[in-house]
Ligand binder design. Structure first.
Ligand code: C5P
Length: 231
C-alpha cells in the first residue's frame, strides 16, 4: 500500500503547455501533454495531499479523482493562479511547459497573408513563474511553502551536457528540487515514459532511470517527502 506521507499537505502542480495567442485563431504553443503533472497530482492525492492542478493545454487527460483543476491558457493566467494558490501551498511543483515568449500584441482580427511576404512576429519574454515563486518565498511572502520543484527539459547527446545545463539551471532558479528530463526523439514529450535526474539544492544528485510517468511521479514525491521531513 502507498505511504500516506503527504497527509495534511496542500500541493499545487502546474501541468501542460501555455498557449500565447497571436490573433483570434492562432497561438504559439508546445507539445507538452500534461501527463507528468497529472500523474504527480493523482499520486499525491493517494498519498494524502490536498491537490490543485493549474492546467494549461493538455492532451485530453481524465481529471484524477480528488484533484481540483484550475484551467488556464496563457503564461500570464498561469502566473496569477500559481501566485494565488502558492500562498496556501506547502509544496509547489512546476511541471508545466510555460512559453518563454509571447507575441507583443494580439491582433483583433485574423492576421492576413498579405503579399505572400512572410510576416515576422515580435515577441516579448514571459515572466519566469518558478523564479518568481522562489523569490516570493525568500521575501517571506509564502510562509507555508516548504518545497518548490522545477522541471528542466534538456537536449544534449552527452549525459554530461545535460547535467551541466541542469546544474546551472538549479543555481539560477534556486528551487529545492530540479527534475531533469532528457528530451529528444521519443523521449519525454507526448509519451508515457520518462528518464532523467533529480538534483537537490544541497548538491545531491540521483538518476531517474527510464520508467513510466507514474513511477517517475512516485520517485519525485519520495524526494519531496524527504525534503519535507528533513527540514
Ligand atoms: O528555464 P526553463 O524554461 O527550462 O525552466 C523550466 C522550469 O521553469 C519548469 O519548472 C517550468 O515550469 C518553469 N518555468 C516557469 N515560467 C517560465 C518558464 C519556465 O515557471 N516562464
Amino acid at each position: 500500500s502507498l505511504p500516506r506521507d503527504l497527509t495534511g499537505c496542500t500541493l499545487v502542480v502546474t501541468a501542460g503547455g501555455t498557449r500565447e495567442p497571436l490573433d483570434p485563431v492562432r497561438f504559439l504553443g508546445n507539445r507538452s501533454s500534461g501527463k507528468q503533472g497529472f500523474a504527480l497530482a493523482r499520486l499525491a492525492v493517494q498519498r494524502g495531499a490536498s491537490v490543485t492542478v493549474v492546467a494549461g493545454a493538455t492532451a485530453e487527460l481524465p481529471v484524477p479523482a480528488g484533484v481540483r483543476v484550475v484551467n488556464v491558457t496563457t503564461a500570464e493566467q498561469m502566473r496569477k493562479a500559481v501566485h494565488q494558490l502558492s500562498e496556501r501551498a506547502d509544496i509547489v511543483i512546476m511541471a508545466a511547459a510555460v512559453a518563454d515568449f509571447r507575441p507583443v500584441s494580439v491582433a483583433e482580427s485574423k492576421i492576413k497573408k498579405g503579399n505572400d511576404e512572410p510576416t515576422s512576429i515580435p515577441l516579448v519574454k514571459n515572466p519566469d513563474i518558478l523564479a518568481e515563486v522562489v523569490k516570493r518565498r525568500d521575501q517571506g511572502e509564502l510562509p507555508v511553502t516548504r518545497v518548490i520543484v522545477g522541471f528542466a527539459a534538456e537536449t544534449g547527446d552527452e549525459q554530461g551536457d545535460v547535467l551541466t545545463h541542469a546544474r546551472s539551471k538549479l543555481n539560477r532558479k534556486r528551487c529545492d528540487l530540479l527534475v531533469v528530463n532528457a528530451v529528444g526523439e521519443g523521449k519525454a514529450f507526448e509519451v508515457d515514459s520518462n528518464m532523467g535526474w533529480l538534483l537537490k539544492a544541497d548538491g545531491t544528485e540521483s538518476a531517474l532511470p527510464l520508467s513510466s510517468k507514474n513511477l517517475m511521479a512516485s520517485r519525485i514525491l519520495d524526494a519531496v517527502s524527504s525534503v519535507l521531513h528533513t527540514s
